[in-house]
Design a protein around this ligand. Structure first.
Ligand SMILES: [Zn+2]
Length: 213
């Protein structure tokens, strides 16, 4: 297994009352020092690095019949990113995580359980059938002294998100945020085409001239 695809599970996060204190905040993790320090410690342990940086955190709520669609968390940066989630309330709902090139794995969610995985791993849930609102706090961290992959001149699915310009697609966007959305959408197209299924491709400014290394 690729080392960055490690999945870690921890119990007993200090999550009680955090929702009420932070639910109206952007990046709620930064507004609760105890939970922030707890999660940061887990990310250090999980990644084996002390040079970590919180990128983004948010509350995710689900009500009956909601379903988290398959997605990844990509950031336009070269470092390895670790994504995670800590559960706060709601009935159990399985989380599926699929590392690149592996079969999906199923994880049960539970109060105060934290699950850490690679930002490049697709993840999703079944349809939520519980009655009480399901709440969890999700977050992304960058590991500042680790790269997303070992590529130098090549491009692979683990680094394409920050080398997208080099693929030779012209991106007309009115803002960095719009460009980011465009890249994410096209990244999914690239995945569907299977372009990266068999490892890195050589660089080319012509989309039709990719070749496998
Ligand atoms: Zn790469």
């Amino acid at each position: 297994m690729y080392a960055a695809d490690l999945i870690s599970i921890y119990e007993d996060a200090p999550i009680e009352n955090v929702y009420d204190l932070t639910c109206n905040k952007r990046n709620p993790l930064l507004y609760h020092e105890t939970l922030y320090q707890y999660i940061s410690t887990l990310v250090r342990s999980h990644s084996g690095s002390n040079r970590i940086q919180h990128l983004h955190s948010w509350w995710s709520t689900m009500t009956r019949n909601d379903k988290l669609p398959k997605h990844t968390h990509t950031h336009n940066r070269r470092e390895r990113t670790v994504s995670g989630v800590v559960y706060e309330q709601g009935d159990t709902l399985n989380l599926y995580i699929k590392n690149i090139g592996e079969n999906e794995q199923k994880f049960e969610t539970d109060f105060a359980r934290t699950i850490l995985f690679s930002g490049t791993s697709e993840h999703w849930t079944d349809k939520f059938t519980g009655t009480k609102v399901r709440r969890c706090l999700a977050f992304d961290y960058a590991i500042l002294d680790q790269g997303s992959c070992k590529c130098k001149t090549e491009i692979c699915i683990r680094c394409v998100h920050h080398k997208f310009d080099r693929l030779g697609f012209q991106i007309l966007a009115s803002s960095p945020a719009e460009k980011e959305i465009y890249i994410k959408q096209n990244l999914n197209e690239i995945l569907k085409e299977g372009l990266f299924k068999e490892g890195p491709v050589a660089l080319s400014i012509d989309k039709n001239k990719y070749r496998r290394l």
